[in-house]
Design a protein around this ligand. Sequence first.
Ligand SMILES: NC(=O)C1=CN([C@@H]2O[C@H](COP(=O)(O)OP(=O)(O)OC[C@H]3O[C@@H](n4cnc5c(N)ncnc54)[C@H](OP(=O)(O)O)[C@@H]3O)[C@@H](O)[C@H]2O)C=CC1
Ligand SMILES: CC(C)=CCC[C@@H](C)[C@H]1CC=C2C3=C(CC[C@@]21C)[C@@]1(C)CC[C@H](O)C(C)(C)[C@@H]1CC3
Length: 421
Amino acid sequence: MKPNKHKATHSAEKEFGGALGATCIPVFLPLTVLYLLSVCRSPAASVLQWPPPLPPAAQLWDPLAAVLVVGWITLQSFLYLLPIGKVSEGLVLRDGSKLKYPINGFHALSITAVLLIVCLWLGMPLGYLFELILPLAVCAIGVSYLLSMYLYIRSFWAPQHALSLGGNTGNPLYDFFMGRELNPRIGDFDLKYFCELRPGLIGWVVINLGMLMKEVELRGSPSLAMQLVNGFQLLYVTDALWNEEAVLTTMDIVHDGFGFMLAFGDLAWVPFTYGLQAMFLVVHPQSLSTLGAAGIILLNGIGYYIFRKSNSQKNQFRRDPTHKSVAHLETIATATGKRLLVSGWWGFVRHPNYLGDLLMALAWSLPCGMSHILPYFYVIYFTILLIHREARDEKHCRAKYGLAWDTYCRRVPYRILPYIY
Ligand SMILES: NC(=O)C1=CN([C@@H]2O[C@H](COP(=O)(O)OP(=O)(O)OC[C@H]3O[C@@H](n4cnc5c(N)ncnc54)[C@H](OP(=O)(O)O)[C@@H]3O)[C@@H](O)[C@H]2O)C=CC1
Ligand SMILES: CC(C)=CCC[C@@H](C)[C@H]1CC=C2C3=C(CC[C@@]21C)[C@@]1(C)CC[C@H](O)C(C)(C)[C@@H]1CC3
């Protein structure tokens, strides 16, 4: 079959620093992952250390890591395809159709947990993940590159209406980075939706468990700090999979194409940088007072409450504005026919869900103490990501809702943090 030659959307404003950003980021971010992992395992764990503690090339490759990464993605694909759980529809696409998605992520997590318990019972040394972390990251980065190339090439056979508006500029490097096709599928298997929630997110908590087991090997039992980091991040991942349907209305699924940014983000960035705190604790044990732990648990609880309640409120409102939990909320009309919430969580700040997420991020780092900046990497990166994401979303909403969005901004003047930002 001949590839389709679609008119590129040259007028679309380029994001992430345009073509230059899209050329540098795919080189810079994979190196950042390897650098952070190397620094995290070094005794000094200092990001300012010069020369940086880079591993010899031989430590970057291990065939076992390749087998584990391929085996892991195959297992999660198999669980995705299991005919269990309900099937849900996504939002309406540009051609008026709706795609169907399996909602069985929580089942996949539960089955994975059972398999892990069996592996541990059989004496599998899960703590070995600590030794294998660099080759595992190298393989995950390799897979994300291969996947992105496949996605870019296959997008030339996709119909025009299936392409994302932002990733079809005609500049190959930029389009490779942003992703040309919106919902690439092999049969019914949705590649973007699968990658967003399964291999990387579940992989992240499995790696965390590996770090906990390594601590047990080294010190006989897991520290309180390690238990908190594992517990908080497991709660976050479990929540994401329990509320899997809500991901169908996020920016990534609705708006962004599937290219290097999301493939690498999902498969390499999330599992290998979001859990740096647990890896840090293996080499840099921390003692935590009961009072300190209680304060951190409270902070995570408050963050989680705001995150979950605000996300659920918007999701419920978008799915059924007449539902009794949201029907009483004050709204403003927009020219599109959709309404915007101006009371409840979305009348507090314009992105209450980001605020809750950021409070949790801080709670995940605090168990690592204050002596190093490295365990705070996630909070720093996440603040930048969410400020940038908020700006992108604001641009989309202003274009979509026009004057109604300006009215909303006047009614709810703060973006994420009341009276500050
Ligand atoms: N851990 C991580 O790495 C990351 C986590 N996240 C988390 O993912 C979650 C989802 O975030 P994200 O996809 O960025 O965006 P949001 O879930 O915040 O969705 C933004 C959309 O919500 C709708 N909206 C905005 N304001 C209102 C309002 N007042 N009333 C009704 N609808 C409104 C608009 O879409 P429309 O009107 O078209 O419905 C807007 O485009 C967040 O909790 C975030 O913290 C996000 C990125 C990374
Ligand atoms: C630096 C780089 C390559 C960034 C790419 C960004 C991605 C890592 C993130 C974009 C949006 C994400 C979301 C989640 C994970 C990180 C990415 C993929 C998410 C699945 C985490 C769990 C949450 O509950 C969520 C489902 C709301 C969330 C959705 C967005």
